[in-house]
Design a protein around this ligand. Structure first.
Ligand code: AMP
Length: 217
C-alpha cells in the first residue's frame, strides 16, 4: 500500500511525500479510507503508530474541499482535544506540515501561559483548533471560542485525560459540540471509566486497533 492509493487530495499527498512518508503506517492504511468516506472512528493506538496523520490527513482533505466551495468562511471547523501542551503543540505542527499547500489556519491553545497570544490567534480567524480541555472551556466561557460550526472532532489520548483528571472538562466540551459531525476517538487503553465515552461521542463508526509502532515496522 502506498499513500498514492489512498485517494488523498493532491496538495496533502504532496506534503506527505515531501516529509519522506512513502508508505502509510497500519493505522493510516486502516483509518484513512473510512474517514474519507465520512465514518466515525474508534482508534485503539498509542503515540508512535502514526495516529496523528491518520486523523489529520482526512480532516485536512475534507476541510480543503469545504473551503473550495466557501473560501471566505473562517470559523472553527475541526476541534482536536489533547491532554497536554506538548501533545497539542505536536498535533498543531502536524496539521501545519501536512496542510502546508492548503490555505487553512490552525491554532493551538493550552493552559499555564498567558491567553493573549491565543485569543489574538483565535480572533484572526482559524479553521482548525487544537486544545487542552481546561483552557478551551475557559476561552469558551469568555466567548473567544465558538464550537457551533465544528464538523470534525478528535478526542486524542482519552486514557491520559482520565489519568490527568480531565474527564469532566472533556464531557463539558463535548456537550458544546454540534450533533452533526464526524468524530474520532483515540486511546491506547480502555479503562472502565472511559468505556462509555465512545458510545456517547461516536455514531456510525469503524474500530481500528493497532499496536505496531512505526519504529518497529
Ligand atoms: P504519531 O504516532 O502520530 O505521534 O507519529 C509518530 C511519528 O511517526 C511522527 O514523528 C510522524 O512524523 C511519523 N510518521 C507518521 N506517519 C508516518 C509515515 N507514514 N511514514 C513515516 N513516518 C511517519
Amino acid at each position: 500500500m502506498q499513500f498514492e492509493n489512498l485517494n488523498i487530495s493532491k496538495p496533502v499527498l504532496r506534503a506527505l511525500l515531501e516529509e519522506g512518508y512513502t508508505k502509510p503506517s497500519p493505522i493510516q492504511t486502516e483509518s484513512i479510507p473510512p474517514l474519507l468516506e465520512g465514518y466515525d472512528l474508534l482508534g485503539c493506538a498509542q503515540t508512535g503508530t502514526g495516529k496523528t496523520a491518520a486523523f489529520a490527513v482526512p480532516i485536512l482533505d475534507a476541510l480543503s474541499f469545504a473551503q473550495r466551495s466557501s473560501p471566505a468562511r473562517k470559523e472553527i471547523k475541526a476541534l482536536i482535544l489533547a491532554p497536554t501542551r506538548e501533545l497539542a503543540i505536536q498535533i498543531g505542527e502536524s496539521f501545519d506540515t501536512y496542510g502546508k499547500y492548503l490555505s487553512l489556519k490552525t491554532a493551538v491553545i493550552f493552559g499555564g501561559v498567558s491567553q493573549y497570544p491565543q485569543t489574538k490567534a483565535l480572533a484572526s480567524g482559524i479553521d482548525i483548533l487544537v486544545a487542552t480541555p481546561g483552557r478551551l472551556l475557559d476561552l469558551i466561557g469568555q466567548r473567544y471560542v465558538k464550537l457551533a460550526n465544528v464538523s470534525h472532532f478528535v478526542l486524542d489520548e482519552a486514557d491520559r485525560m482520565l489519568d490527568m483528571g480531565m474527564l469532566r472538562d472533556v464531557k463539558r466540551v463535548i456537550a458544546e459540540l454540534p450533533k452533526k459531525r464526524q468524530s474520532m476517538f483515540f486511546s491506547a487503553t480502555m479503562p472502565p471509566e472511559i468505556a462509555d465515552l465512545p458510545v456517547t461521542i461516536l455514531s456510525n463508526h469503524v474500530k481500528v486497533e493497532i499496536t505496531a509502532l512505526l519504529s518497529t515496522l
